[in-house]
Design a protein around this ligand. Structure first.
Ligand code: NAI
Length: 693
């Protein structure tokens, strides 16, 4: 029998059951058993009411997902909930920090719920690829109505206490120390009669199911190939149309089917991966980040503005430094316009906008650098300019602060060499739009100290990013891997595919946007300029640019765009591509979707393997986390390395060797690591585990 992780206290005749399973009070077996026994003991001792509360940071983050793959130990959550619902005295959940997933379901089974003003409540199961599995889809609709519940369950996003009160799934927001306030609330209300969520039907009886179905269809449109939102909709629909117990059965079927499925596996791979990437192999234990209270961003262009917004959005004062007043004004205006869009879209309150705006300032005076605790440079991508800027930073910045570059291609060591403190220079590579994209590649130069890396990671976390530490090389990890697709894209077009075929396959796979549409959005001239600078060519893409087709900004690129920026395949592009095939004497053929997919993904996997060989990324999971957070890769596919592992390393090797030969692309010759893993029967993810062990 596992030890109990629940403390039992008494305040007169009000009993307190405190979940104490740090750090996030997951509902592991010892918690479930402790609650089950605690309720029985409290009733036996004549409690007038029972308060359930979490010790430490929060109420509960939910189920213990590491127990999913093991035989289930009793009592189950539903058994604990039965004990609560059968209690003859009210059980009151007292929520602070977070009540998520199974944690919120536990609270929903109680007779009443009170919360601290800062508490967050949500059902994030959909993001792990399954549905709430302990009655959440049945109790929440009974408390707040089907449509509202479905919206919350399908989004997976938590709501704050005030919103929960307004929606009607908590009973009070209480100020002051929560335990005392909750005990007082329970004492005052113990004599009231409470209707359990499962017994309520006022919010669902006679609901307009046609309206519900229409709302559900609208919500599901956004989730593309992902299965769990559909499961959520089916379970909530059951809540609206079936007796409670039958609805629970529908929920359980959905849960069991989804939790053992491929998508949930992939989503949990990314979820745990994002925690794994926070641990850096080799970083000495106890390495402390430097304190950062104020940031300076150099350059108020596309990236600088977004980076500055990330600081202001997360409560850190930030100054943007520009070379001229007009550029500065333009940059600040863009930030304001961005925030104003969020306000008019109802995503940001006027008050929060004002707070954020007040944290952002601009200057053209280099002396602001003297005040900075961290500097992030986002000026033109030009080594000469970058070196000038870093020499100046070296002169002005306090000693011992991190100087970071947002360069996407340049050598961090060369940039660091412009200073006398290369140990404090790192790369902080954000992705566009920087105020939205979660990914932050933190580039470790050869001189970067652990302290500097720890500081960059701490800052990244504070501004809401998912950090991945990478080595210094051209393109780092993400761009280096996607860069390898270009040759195959050209080959596919030459052999018979059209842009719309490639995008259809990639979007069918779940990408937010196919590579051709993405190119049109970013501007095809940019890629062409990069190729020119590097002395490489891409005959079809170059011809498209030569025809003045730069993408959306010129109204046409791989596609032609209407005034609503909707893309259409363009016969002119088809003509240009077919002529190119003729010119190169390539007989066009129909290319299967599976071949398109493999030829888009395998070059990336192969480059990923080289990145691992070189130690540019420490683990395969780091690569998958990069793609799930910065490249519109669907998290429910688990990332490119996960995809390769599922295919099996022998198949990966054989297919690469086959395409290397048939497409004459030496890049596709299987990387040594892939050869080795194929020979050993290994996989990318198992490699990571061996290292971690
Ligand atoms: P941008 O051209 O939009 O902005 C650069 C800004 O820096 C301009 O406003 C310019 O006036 C200012 N600037 C130039 N020299 C300066 C100096 N000496 N002092 C102060 N300000 C100066 O460029 P963007 O796109 O923002 O790129 C900036 C950096 O971010 C580059 O290194 C780029 O490679 C990198 N990057 C760009 C991404 C993108 O998607 N645009 C993605 C990730 C990184």
């Amino acid at each position: 029998m596992e030890q109990s992780f629940v403390e039992h206290d008494r305040d007169g005749d009000i009993h307190i059951l405190r979940i104490a399973n740090p750090p996030v009070n997951t509902l592991r077996t010892g918690v479930r058993a402790g609650l089950h026994e605690g309720i029985a003991a409290a009733l036996k001792e004549g409690a007038r009411a029972i308060v359930l509360i979490g010790a430490g940071r929060m109420f509960s983050a939910g189920a213990e997902m590491t127990e999913f793959n093991k035989p289930r130990q009793p009592p189950s959550l539903p058994e604990v909930f039965d004990a609560i619902e059968n209690s003859r005295v009210p059980v009151v959940a007292a929520i602070h920090g977070s009540a998520l997933g199974g944690g919120l379901e536990l609270a929903l089974a109680c007779h009443a719920r009170v919360a601290s003003p800062t508490a967050q409540l949500g059902l994030p199961e959909v993001k792990r690829g399954f549905v709430p599995g302990a009655g959440g889809t049945q109790r929440l609709p009974r408390l707040i109505g089907g449509e509202t519940a479905l919206k919350m369950i399908v989004s997976g996003e938590p709501v704050k206490a005030a919103e929960a009160l307004k929606l009607g799934f908590i009973d009070a927001v209480v100020e002051g120390p929560l335990e005392q306030a909750a005990v007082a609330w329970a004492r005052e209300n113990a004599g009231r009669s409470f209707t359990l969520a499962r017994k309520r039907d006022d919010k669902i009886r006679g609901a307009d199911m046609a309206a519900f179905d229409a709302a559900a269809a609208g919500l599901l449109k956004r989730s593309r190939g992902q299965e769990s939102p559909k499961g959520c909709a089916a379970a909530v629909r059951a809540a609206m149309t079936m007796p409670f117990e039958e609805g629970l059965n529908v929920e359980r079927e959905q849960f069991q089917r989804l939790v053992s499925g491929e998508q949930s596996h992939a989503l949990r791979h990314i979820f745990f991966g994002e925690r794994e990437t926070a641990r850096i192999p080799g970083m000495p234990e106890g390495t402390q980040p430097l304190p950062v209270k104020k940031a300076v961003v150099i350059g108020a262009g596309t990236m600088g503005g977004g980076i500055a917004m990330s600081f202001a959005n997360n409560g850190i004062p930030v100054t943007v430094l520009e070379q001229a007043q007009d550029a500065l004004d333009r940059g600040l205006k863009k930030c304001e316009a961005n925030w104003e869009r969020s306000v008019s879209g109802g995503k940001l309150s006027q008050e929060d906008y004002a707070k954020r705006r007040a944290l952002l300032s601009g200057s053209t005076d280099w002396n602001v650098v003297k005040e900075a605790d961290i500097v992030i440079e986002a000026v033109f991508e030009d080594m000469g300019v970058k070196k000038q800027v870093f020499a100046k930073l070296d002169e002005l910045a306090r000693p011992g602060i991190v100087l970071a570059s947002n360069t996407s291609t340049l050598d961090i060591d060369a940039i660091a060499s412009a200073t006398k403190r290369p140990e404090f220079v790192v790369g902080m590579h954000f992705f566009s739009p920087a105020n939205v994209m979660k990914l932050l590649e933190i580039v470790r130069g050869k001189a970067s100290s652990w302290e500097a890396i720890a500081t960059a990671m701490d800052v990244g976390k504070r501004i809401g990013k998912v950090n991945v530490v990478v080595g210094n090389c051209d393109g780092f990890v993400g761009n280096r891997m996607t860069g390898k697709r270009g040759f195959q894209l050209e080959r596919l077009l030459l052999e018979g595919a059209l842009p719309q075929d490639i995008d259809r396959v990639m979007e069918g796979y779940g990408m937010a946007m196919g590579p051709c549409a993405t190119g049109d959005l970013a501007g095809l001239d940019i890629g062409a300029a990069v190729r020119k600078a590097r002395g490489t060519t891409a005959p079809i893409a170059d011809a498209i640019v030569a025809a003045g087709r730069y993408g959306q900004k010129t109204g046409k690129g791989w596609y032609v765009y209407d005034e609503k920026r909707q893309r259409q395949p363009d016969p002119e592009v088809e003509k240009l591509i077919t002529e190119m095939s003729e010119k190169h004497q390539v007989k066009r053929r129909k290319i299967e979707d599976s071949e398109i997919l493999e030829r888009m993904l395998l070059p990336m996997v192969n480059e990923g393997a080289r990145i691992l060989e070189e130690g540019i990324a420490s683990r395969a999971i780091d690569i998958d986390v990069i793609f799930a957070n910065g490249f519109g890769w669907p998290a429910w596919r688990g990332g490119p390395m996960f995809w390769a592992d599922r295919m099996g390393m022998k198949a990966v090797r054989d297919k690469l060797a086959h395409y290397a030969e048939t497409t004459n692309d030496p890049n596709l010759k299987p990387a040594a690591l892939i050869e080795k893993l194929a020979a050993e029967g290994g996989s990318f993810s198992a490699m990571g585990q061996k290292k971690a062990a």
